[in-house]
Design a protein around this ligand. Sequence first.
Ligand code: PSV
Ligand code: MN
Length: 404
Amino acid sequence: MDFKADYERLAERLTAKGIAVEDVKAKLKQQHIETPSWGYGNSGTRFKVFAWRGAARNIYEKVADAGYIHKLTGIAPSIAIHIPWDKVDDWAALTQAAAQAGIRIGAVNPNLFQDDQYKLGSICNPSAGVREEAIAHMIECCEIMGKVGSGLLSLWFADGTNYAGQDSIRERKHRLEEGLKQVYPHMPAGARMLIEYKFFEPTFYHTDLADWGMAYATALKVGDRAQVLVDTGHHAQGTNIAHIVAFLLDEGRLGGFHLNARRYADDDLIVGTNNPFELFEIYVELVSAGERAKDVAYMIDQSHNIEPKLEAMLLSVLNCQTAYARALIVDYKTLRERQQAGDVLGAHRVLVEAFDTDVRPLLMQVRTEMGLHPDPIAAYRADTYAQKVAEERGIAISAGGAIG
Ligand code: PSV
Ligand code: MN
């Protein structure tokens, strides 16, 4: 693959603008995108789950697949798990299997939405008994974090109501705060609690954590290590996610992301496919925040429906890499000068120029320096892994985490 000459030309152009290319490459090599266990199993919509030949059937196969994605990209060194979908008896064995696959276990996600008792919610449920079960499940997940060496408890609640008057919104708010305060001390030392919000679904009158402001206010009450998780699919049409990111970063409360793309709702499409500029805007805020963004966790949260699981995950990771590369080559000095001068379109143009830059030669160079194939999709398509797992695993319906 002949990209060297293109890379040299790009490096020269960037250097002339005062951008430290070696520094950009070093940052790209350190990028870390976590992939979700549930993205490797069969998943779909509430209408239909199409079984994919070769989709992972259990957490060990999901770990193997995540390891494969990391092997191809070099920047996906961990896998998020969902409990009980991924529950095992021997956590040490799972941790070891992950290490053998070249990765580690990342965020632990309790599941507080599938069991019958959660019909009226989990931690906000009007029944004290159900709330206790939800809290006990989250504490169990804190214990699992200790066993697998995870530093992230990632919480999403399907809690809410469908009809005005169904329950007291303020009381539910208090139940949520009190419940999280009980869970918080059970996290391993130094671990963080990520609080995810979603403005609708599965309830439609109100959700108890409907937006970033509610998650942020809750995090402030729960503790220093409670932060907000931004799922890019969980906003109303037209919401400026980059603005939310900038605000939370500045407040030190941006914990992490669930990355995906949406057109209408929580569609869980491949990140960066229909929203490349939005993803770029988000990365610009992260890059320009410098050290303030150093602990932010980046996780894919997609449930692929008709797409090949592995190629979909691969593309997701690569799209994040492209967005990050574009954000890293923004001429921030000129941007600032134009902002100060009130040059509205001149400043905007600085961003557009970076976005319009073909960063593929830069990424190919980075991958080559990392000892990887410069084009991971070509490598995947030429490889036999997908075919091998299709033969070994066949078609299975139940892989956990069925509905995205
Ligand atoms: C809910 O839509 C969500 O975004 C939460 O993060 C869940 O944990 C995940 O999807 C998987 O269902
Ligand atoms: Mn999510």
